[in-house]
Each structure stands twice: as C-alpha cells, then as structure tokens.
Write a protein that binds this ligand. Structure first.
Ligand code: PGA
Length: 344
C-alpha cells in the first residue's frame, strides 16, 4: 500500500508507519476498536478523551485514510480500520509472546492471561487459576465475570484470550474444549415447605415463587427451556438478580426458590442454610467449556493455560464431583436452618 507525501512523492505505508507511528498510538487505536468507544478506551488506558482523539488522528494521518466512521454515538471501523486492527492485534500478540520467550530464556515464565468467564463459572475459574498459578508464579491474571449474553459479545469482539462458558451456541466461531460438568439444581432454604419432599413435580415447583437470574443468563434460559419442553408456563418470578450470591441470600431470607449451578454451593459444603430439592427433571446437565475464537492465534501464555487445563481438567472434575455429590446428598432437616453463608 502506498500514499502520497506532501511533496507528491509516493511512499510506502509500511515506511510511513515505521517512521511516524508510536506503540502508544496503536495501543489507543486497539482499545477504541475493541471496545467500540472512545470513552471506555480512555477509561481503560487512564487517559483523557482529547488525548485518545489526538493519538487516533495522528495514526489516521499516517495511514492516510479514515480508520473510524461515526454514526450518532456509535463508532465503526472502516475497511482500512479493520486491516489496521488485525495488524495491531498481531503486533501486540507478538510482543506478548516475545516477553514470555525472553522470560523463558531467563528461566521465568511471565505474562498475563486474560480470561473471561460466565457468572456461574466464577466458582470453578479461581481453582483452575490457583493450580496453574502455583506452576507459573510469573503469570498474572485478569478475570472478567459476566453473563452469557455479554460473554458471547466479548468473544465476538476478541476481548480476551480464553473464555469459560456453557454450550457455545451454534454458529459461534469458537473452538471449545469440554472442561467439567455443570449441574443446575433447584435450591431452597432448608426450612422451605418443599425442602425434604421427594420427587417434586415441575408443576408443584411452579406453585411457589422463584428468585431468578436476569434475562441473558444461561442458567435462566436452561430452566425456561426445560419448562417449555414439558409444555409448562414460566415460573412466578418474585425477584430477579444478576448475582448468584445475592440470590442465595434471598433464598435464605425466604423470598423463594431458585435454579442455580450446584457449583455455587461448593463452599458451603454440607452444612449451609440451603437445601438442594429433589425435583423431577433436575439436575439439568450442562457442561463448562474452555473456548477461544476460531482462527485466533493464542498467546504463549494462553496456549500454556489451555494445555494445562486439558491435561488437568479430568482430575479437577473428579475432585469437584466428589465435593458436590456430598452437597447434594446432604440430609435436609427443616429445623436446622443456619443463618450464615460462607464465601461471600
Ligand atoms: P449464566 O450462564 O452464568 O449466564 O447463568 C451459565 C450457563 O450458561 O450455564
């Protein structure tokens, strides 16, 4: 690609970029393109907005073509902008790999792993990171926890290195490696009238109020799908919350029953104030996957983590299963209501 310089001579774009572009400009451009917002990029990079605009203008001047178009408050990459974005991602990945390789040569593996996980996988992810971190003390983590809908957007925007989510929807361009099972169960306070009943029908469950995750949540969708498959109406939703931990508090406070991942009870063990109900159609068997965008070249750190998880996944799953089986089998005694939830 060539462009005219001020004297009318044709200069190569690569030459112009090498002479005039700073890594700071590329970093600012990459953040704006990834986040689709000048404001969010400025926040992420701790810069003032005029600085962001100025850096972008300098880069666009060097390239000689607009990189973004603005329609109302939305900004979109132009075709040239998309090419520059791809090149930027390659530059930063190569630099991150270089950092890891040099650290490897010095005998220390260093770098940062950007992992985004779906809300209910926040119980599993720290265990994976903890075990991995013990093997690679030089690697830092950034962990983003968000719901299924938002996580799918992050994957589409290549915002992170790796993702933990439930079944990826068909058509999503990801490579997904099965991690561990994720059983969704019905939970109630230990002194709820349904606690201690056996083989509770779905119809009976629908007679009592629910405290449910927000729309966009994979857990909520899975419950609604189960009810639809049985030709049943949606539950009475007394309260909607986007935090599993707040839902557990609401359950203990007697606001209703819920459906959540059994993993969310792992810390309480068998002594917590919440009972797993013996309900027909449950557990809904979901699975966790570790995924990355198809065709995305993984950083050395991300590849090392993926290899670790694929090798250790079965052992981690076994250990988790054992712990969760005890939680599910815990006897329900309606008089032994406890008042505190651990792990908040
Ligand atoms: P959620 O997703 O945390 O958004 O409810 C869980 C799942 O997809 O199983």
């Amino acid at each position: 690609m060539t462009k005219q310089n001020q004297k009318g001579a044709r200069v190569s774009l690569a030459g112009a970029l090498a002479r005039h572009t700073t890594l700071r400009q590329l970093q600012v451009f990459e953040a704006v393109a990834r986040l689709g917002s000048f404001t969010r990029a400025a926040e992420e990079l701790y810069l003032a907005q005029p600085t962001v605009s100025m850096q972008l203008k300098k880069l666009a001047d060097t390239v000689g073509m607009p990189l973004f178009v603005q329609t109302g408050i939305r900004i979109q990459l132009t075709d040239t902008g998309r090419d520059v974005y791809t090149a930027c991602q390659e530059v930063f990945r190569a630099m991150a790999d270089l950092e890891v390789k040099v650290a490897d040569l010095k005998g220390v593996r260093r770098g940062r792993l950007r992992l985004a996980v779906i809300t209910s996988a926040k119980y599993l992810a720290p265990h994976l990171l903890g075990q991995f971190g013990r093997l690679h003390p030089g690697i830092d983590f950034s962990l983003k926890v968000t719901n299924r809908e938002r996580l799918l957007e992050r994957i589409a925007n290549h915002e992170d290195d790796l993702y933990v989510l439930g079944e990826p929807p068909p058509g999503l361009e990801v490579e997904a490696h099965p991690l561990v099972p994720n059983p969704l169960v019905v939970m109630a306070s230990r002194d709820h009238p349904l606690a201690g009943e056996h083989n509770i029908s779905l119809k009976r469950l629908l007679e009592v109020p629910f405290v449910l995750r927000e729309s966009g949540s994979g857990t909520r969708d899975a419950l609604f799908r189960l009810l639809e498959e049985h030709g049943l109406q949606t539950p009475i939703v007394r309260m909607e919350l986007s935090s599993n931990e707040s839902i557990k508090q609401a359950i203990v406070a007697g606001l209703g029953i819920t459906v959540l991942s059994l993993h969310s009870l792992a810390l309480e063990g068998t002594n917590g104030p919440i009972a797993v109900l013996d309900a027909q159609g449950f557990p809904i068997q979901r699975h966790w996957y570790l995924a990355h965008s198809r065709g995305q070249k993984l950083s050395v750190v991300a590849q090392t983590f993926l290899d670790f998880v694929r090798q250790e996944g079965p052992h981690i799953a076994e250990e988790l299963d054992r712990k969760l089986a005890e939680v599910r089998a815990a006897p329900v005694s309606r008089t032994e209501k406890k008042s505190n939830i651990t792990g908040l």
